[in-house]
Design a protein around this ligand. Structure first.
Ligand code: SF4
Length: 196
């Protein structure tokens, strides 16, 4: 006799009503049939919940990222299930792994091909600081070639740490003024990297 197939040996009764959480509304003023809020807050709310990551994985940290995308950790819960392998459609560059100095210009080129607004996350010790590879051939942190918004420590960081870094990125995205990218400070930051 065939044994019954059980797909989940610990079934949990899901209650969709309790398990679906809604995003917080931006601060504003509302009444019957209307709501006002800052444009930056509304744009930030949309952007932070629809980030398209561009994975740039060169070594072991990339494996942790695969786990982060898989069903157990499921980055898609944050509105970021659409990974892009074309920089032109992505707004979050996630650099994971050891970056050799020869690879530095490639990271920068990928960054340049991304449209504004764009953010960068250095995942793991190697991308953040060169990690254990204090050698002539390894870039001692990707912030030597592109500006970095969030650093995730660890060698490798666990998927929880990557998710935490992603949520820090979401905080930055949600709070960013829509005028920041045209500000003199941002232009000066890019110019310090030789980016016009
Ligand atoms: S930080 Fe550690 S795990 Fe990540 S790429 Fe470097 S050596 Fe590998």
């Amino acid at each position: 006799m065939a044994r019954p197939v059980r797909f989940n040996i610990h079934p949990i009764q899901a209650d969709a009503k309790d398990n679906i959480s809604l995003v917080d509304m931006p601060e504003g003023y509302g009444g019957d049939g209307f709501f006002t809020a800052k444009l930056s807050d509304v744009v930030g709310l949309a952007r932070k919940n629809s980030i398209w990551p561009m994975p740039f994985a060169t070594s072991c940290c990339g494996i942790e990222f695969m786990a982060t995308m898989a069903s157990h950790y499921d980055l898609a819960r944050f509105g970021a299930e659409r990974l892009g392998f074309s920089p032109r459609q992505c707004d979050l560059l996630m650099v994971m792994g050891t970056i050799a100095k020869k690879m530095g210009p490639v990271v920068k080129q990928v960054y340049l091909q991304m449209a504004e607004p764009r953010w960068v996350m250095a995942v793991g010790a190697c991308a953040s600081s060169g990690g254990i590879f204090d050698t002539y051939s390894v870039l001692q942190g990707i912030d030597q070639v592109v500006p970095v918004d969030v650093y995730v420590p660890g060698c490798p960081p666990r998927p929880e740490a990557i998710l935490d870094g992603f949520m820090r990125i979401q905080d930055l995205v949600g709070q960013e003024s829509i005028r920041r990218r045209t500000s003199p400070q941002y232009k000066a930051l890019l110019e310090s990297y030789g980016i016009q």
